[in-house]
Design a protein around this ligand. Structure first.
Ligand code: ITT
Length: 195
């Protein structure tokens, strides 16, 4: 079986680690840093799919290589789907994980419905054609933050079927529930079908 190589159009090292842990040896994933590409990829759109598409297109135009990107949002029911596509910059352009968590807990303070979902959209550009894959993880937002693993909103998100936040889990445990893992599993299956 031939191992496929894909550039992963992200500057988020946590995403790179998680996705490499899911694909193992099945795909050769090259991060932007490993490809020597130093670029701040814009995310100007108001949907995950459009932003994912923008990121993969920018890197495809730059390199001409097969590549993929993903855009992820935390969608909270009581906040009408916010922070959603604005998850990285919820509390401002500083993109600070702790500030984002603090604002989220403040906006949910006193709210009974804590339901939320993480949603990941992958845009794959494979031999000039674009394909999309989606993964969703349902769960709830905690009252206080717990755990030190992971990144972003992990300390305040408990996936359905667990009593721990993502930040209290190892990467392998998070992968049992994760939105990103579900989307990547589809990407892997797709690449297997077209070999
Ligand atoms: P790239 O665009 O370079 O891929 P980014 O961090 O800007 O990296 P996103 O716009 O997709 O990526 O991320 C939105 C934010 O959502 C991210 O910065 C985290 O704060 C949060 N986030 C994404 N995935 C997460 C996860 O699995 N666990 C916790 N928070 C997550």
């Amino acid at each position: 079986m031939q191992i496929q190589t894909l550039i992963f159009a992200t500057n988020n090292i946590h995403k790179v680690k998680e996705i490499k842990s899911v694909v193992g040896d099945s795909i050769n994933i090259i991060s932007l840093a490993e490809a020597g590409i130093d670029i701040d990829i814009p995310e100007p759109h108001d949907t995950l799919i459009a932003n994912a598409s923008e990121k993969s297109s920018v890197i495809h135009q730059l390199t001409g290589q097969n590549c993929f990107s993903e855009d992820t949002g935390l969608e909270v029911a009581e906040l009408n789907g916010e922070p959603g596509v604005k998850s990285a910059r919820y509390a401002g352009d500083g993109r600070n994980f702790q500030d984002n968590i603090d604002l989220l807990l403040k906006n949910l303070s006193g709210k009974f419905n804590r339901s939320a979902q993480f949603r990941t959209v992958i845009s794959l550009i494979w031999h000039q054609k674009e394909y999309f894959f989606e993964g969703i993880c349902n769960g709830k937002i905690t009252e206080t933050q717990n755990g030190l693993e992971g990144f972003g909103y992990d300390p305040v998100f408990i996936p359905e079927g667990s009593t721990k936040t993502f930040a209290e889990m190892s990467m392998d445990e998070k992968n049992c529930f994760s939105h990103r893992k579900k989307a990547v599993a589809q990407l892997i299956s797709f690449l297997k079908t077209i070999e």
